[in-house]
Design a protein around this ligand. Structure first.
Ligand SMILES: *[C@@H]1O[C@H](CO)[C@@H](O)[C@H](O)[C@H]1NC(C)=O
Ligand SMILES: *[C@@H]1O[C@H](CO)[C@@H](O)[C@H](O)[C@H]1NC(C)=O
Length: 364
């Protein structure tokens, strides 16, 4: 009896392996994982380690979903807007789809003109992650995904083990921890979460009437292909100044070239403190506030400028500015700018990116 059981287990084990690109790899199923704690609930999928929904109360205690997305995982596999996704190996743009590291020249897959965007044409947002841990309820509901990126994937050097954990904690708080370990070669790493937030509810229209405060007094100036020139500029006197709370839509028309905000802020932080408040969003109608704390040096603020006729949850169609992205991360194209904080991860120096999203709601 025991022998038959072991044999059965072996067969089941074999069945979960398959051939991809000629090599034997473990085939992981795509699934949906839900975390619940008090009033807050989060749905994620291991396709792209993506957030599918986050439901939280408004000022009247009414629950609503504040993340743009789709109803089914199948739709995520055909997404081109990076809804909710974990982007990598290197989020944001790498100019000319190339870099030199330790005298080796690396040519990457270009997927936005001549540049690489969000890790190439099949970045971390377009792969199946393994489920390492799943605890649905309790004091700290958690789901942890891992992805083993191979040497040469999209042109990047070395094997890399990436981990993303979603944790519900405290009262209406979401923690995301992204880690990466280079297994054999140094490589640039920049992982970011690409959720489109609309704290007024995902189907409430656009975010132009929401108020934002961004704790960055400088931005990285970019060329007309959105690649940093290497210089920084003060936000003073520009539409990028959100040091004091401002309505998002007030000055957005001054940014005709990018059709809205799509820029990296240098986060100010406090001297000697690793974790800083990066941004605060407030929506008057729902009374909801979102605060993002992070250890990342930068924050890409993107107002969903290129969303057009995207058929989302429950048939709702998203248009430009339907949501906003708060992508805490390293500065874009850091690997080609020695003056920027380094994104190089080595076997001795692992990567860790911490994000805390604090939600609250009250009548003002
Ligand atoms: C896949 O996405 C494209 C837009 O990017 C859309 O036109 C098409 O209908 C989608 N296909 C499916 C099966 O959802
Ligand atoms: C890519 O680079 C080549 C050579 O510099 C240039 O001719 C071409 O216009 C560029 N393409 C885009 C889409 O920027």
């Amino acid at each position: 009896m025991k022998k038959i059981f072991v044999l059965l287990l072996c067969l089941l084990h074999l069945a979960s392996f398959g051939f991809v690109n000629g090599s034997l790899v473990e085939k992981e199923k795509i699934g949906i994982f839900e975390l619940k704690k008090g009033d807050i609930s989060l749905k994620v999928t291991n396709w792209g380690a993506s957030i599918m929904s986050l439901v939280i109360p408004d000022k009247n205690g009414k629950l609503g979903d504040v993340v743009l997305g789709y109803d089914s995982v199948k739709e995520y596999t055909n997404d081109s807007t990076y809804f909710g996704a974990t982007v990598g190996r290197v989020a944001n743009r790498i100019g000319g789809a190339q870099f030199t590291l330790n005298r080796h020249h690396y040519k990457l897959v270009a997927n936005e003109g001549n540049n690489t965007l969000h890790g190439g044409s099949r970045g971390f947002s377009d792969v199946i992650w393994k489920v390492k841990r799943y605890q649905r309820e309790g004091p700290s509901p958690t789901v942890t995904f891992t992805y083993h990126s191979f040497d040469g994937e999209e042109g990047f050097p070395g094997d890399l083990l990436a981990t993303v954990s979603y944790i519900l904690t405290g009262k209406n708080q979401l923690v995301i921890i992204m880690k990466a370990k280079a297994l054999n070669k140094p490589t640039p790493v920049n992982l970011a979460n690409h959720a489109y937030w609309n704290i007024g509810n995902q189907n409430s229209g656009n975010i132009l009437n929401e108020v934002i405060q961004i704790f960055g007094s400088k931005i990285t100036i970019v060329d007309n292909k959105l690649i940093p020139t290497g210089t920084f500029a003060s936000v003073k006197g520009t539409p990028y100044d959100f040091l004091k709370p401002q309505i998002i839509g007030t000055r957005i028309n001054q940014l005709a070239k990018t059709k809205g905000y799509d820029i990296n802020y240098v986060l100010d932080g406090e001297k000697g403190k690793n974790i800083k408040l990066a941004a605060k969003v407030f929506d008057k109608k729902s009374g909801r506030t979102l605060e993002l704390y992070t250890n990342a040096p930068g924050l890409q603020f993107y107002t969903g400028n290129y969303i057009m006729d995207v058929k989302g949850k429950n048939g709702h169609v998203y248009q430009a500015h339907a949501g906003l992205c708060l992508e805490s991360q390293a500065f874009p194209d850091s690997v080609n700018h020695p003056d920027f904080p380094s994104t190089i991860v080595t076997p001795e120096k692992p990567y860790k990116h911490y994000m805390l999203f604090k939600f609250s709601a009250k009548s003002h």
